[in-house]
Design a protein around this ligand. Structure first.
Ligand SMILES: Cc1cc2nc3c(=O)[nH]c(=O)nc-3n(C[C@H](O)[C@H](O)[C@H](O)COP(=O)(O)OP(=O)(O)OC[C@H]3O[C@@H](n4cnc5c(N)ncnc54)[C@H](O)[C@@H]3O)c2cc1C
Length: 379
């Protein structure tokens, strides 16, 4: 019997598990290959939906589906968080005390915002990168009736475009209510441009100017004083706010660090082409958990899952893993409430943002529903 264990049932993990089960369907019953998906939650969350939830544009329940309803036959769901991975024994210690051995392992443990990275964040800031934060923002933003909304960002963070989208969508919401003049909107970014990718930054700069959104670069938040409502930066600035939206810097999953894997921030050293964990045969990484210099995005996890699935199937058949990932990423970017654009890029080709259109916005709306088919490995 050969066992493939996939750790983490988010975007990347669920896609790998379902795609493997689809490709291996007859072999699973005839040759005793087992696919086990280890999860620390009961439900899958569609994280891009949190942007809409925070702005009051989507029903909070719409972003959840139970894992068991998303998995195709042949995937065994193990709802028992992993506590430690032992690469020498090729086994995982689960929270229940059970040990789970693996022949092949896929690490898909994602990334999370470190809510304690910026002192004062918990008392003074709002966010939309976790469900609870998105719900708090949804409630408080509805009551925020005039003043200055300030966005601060720490790097790295997943979905590099979501903070920009938030600004454009909030701006448009205010315009639709004819209330834009009661608000000041200010967006900041830690490096010398408004977005990690230069072409996106160039586009955002022009579009911010057009919408009257202030953009400031080299803005590294150090602390937040929630009583005075001031953000202090490493650059020595003090900026006041009435409503603070913060995207704290992200980290890899605690189990990665607890297992002595990855760098101090919990990112796993990953071969940029084969997606193998460096130094280990038969162990792969997908999604946000890698240390690759590309956007941490669901589409990244999607394209990577196709490569990992091909390589694991080759290995199960006694062949060398030769499928290669080219760094492909695809992102929709909402430029308001009824217009969007899409960008595509890879290791060698930068994105080329175009003007947002209504049609692309409707594609994005359709994708928000199609995501659930994509997780099942159907598109
Ligand atoms: C507000 C927002 C908007 C976004 N918008 C977009 C977008 O428009 N387009 C896009 O492509 N991407 C977007 N993303 C990013 C996208 O959601 C992530 O990049 C994607 O989910 C990464 O997939 P993953 O499988 O690596 O991690 P995740 O989907 O986060 O899954 C990781 C899983 O591992 C589990 N896990 C962790 N530790 C353990 C453990 N010890 N035991 C068991 N399970 C464990 C976690 O609970 C989680 O279920 C957005 C994200 C946010 C927050």
């Amino acid at each position: 019997m050969k066992r493939v264990v996939i750790l983490g049932a988010g975007t990347g993990g669920a896609m790998v598990a379902n795609r493997l089960a689809r490709h291996l369907s007859t072999e699973l019953t005839n040759t005793g290959i087992e696919i086990a998906l280890v999860s620390d939650t009961e439900s899958h969350i569609y994280q891009p939906g949190l942007l809409y939830v925070a702005l009051g544009l989507a029903d909070p329940d719409s972003v959840f589906r139970e894992h068991k309803k998303l998995l195709v036959p042949g995937v065994r769901l193990v709802q028992d968080p992993a506590v430690k991975i032992d690469m020498n024994q090729r086994s995982i210690l689960l929270n229940s005390g059970k040990m789970m051995e693996f022949d092949y392992l896929v690490l898909a443990t994602g990334s999370h915002p470190d809510l304690d990275a910026i002192p004062g964040f918990r008392e003074g800031a709002h966010s939309f990168y976790t469900f609870n934060e998105a719900m708090k923002t949804r409630k408080d933003l509805a009551e925020f009736d005039k003043g200055k909304l300030l966005m601060i960002i720490g790097v790295p963070h997943k979905c590099p475009v979501a903070p920009v989208e938030f600004m454009f969508m909030f701006d448009d919401l205010l315009r639709k209510k004819n209330r834009r003049s009661d608000y000041e909107l200010m967006y900041t970014y830690p490096i010398g441009r408004l977005h990690s990718l230069q072409p996106c930054s160039d586009w955002a700069e022009g579009a911010f100017e057009k919408q009257g959104i202030i953009g400031e670069t080299f803005f590294n938040p150090e602390t937040i004083d929630p009583k005075k409502k001031i953000v202090y930066t490493l650059e020595g600035e003090e900026v006041d706010y009435d409503f603070l939206v913060a995207i704290p810097p992200h980290r890899g999953a605690p189990v990665i660090r607890a297992s002595g894997l990855g760098d101090p921030e919990g990112w796993l050293p990953t071969d940029r082409a084969t997606l193998e964990l460096q130094g280990y045969r038969g162990v792969y990484v997908v999604g946000d958990a890698t240390n690759l210099p590309i956007s941490k995005a669901g589409s990244t996890a999607h394209y990577e899952s196709e490569v990992v699935v091909r390589n694991i199937i080759r290995e199960l058949h006694g062949e060398k893993p030769i499928a290669l990932y080219d760094g492909k990423v695809f992102c929709f970017i909402e430029g308001g409430l009824d217009r969007a654009m899409h960008i595509q890029f890879d290791y060698n080709n930068p994105p080329k943002p175009a003007d947002p259109t209504q049609m692309v916005h409707w594609f994005k709306m359709a994708f928000n529903r199609m995501y659930w088919l994509s997780v099942r490995g159907m598109v």
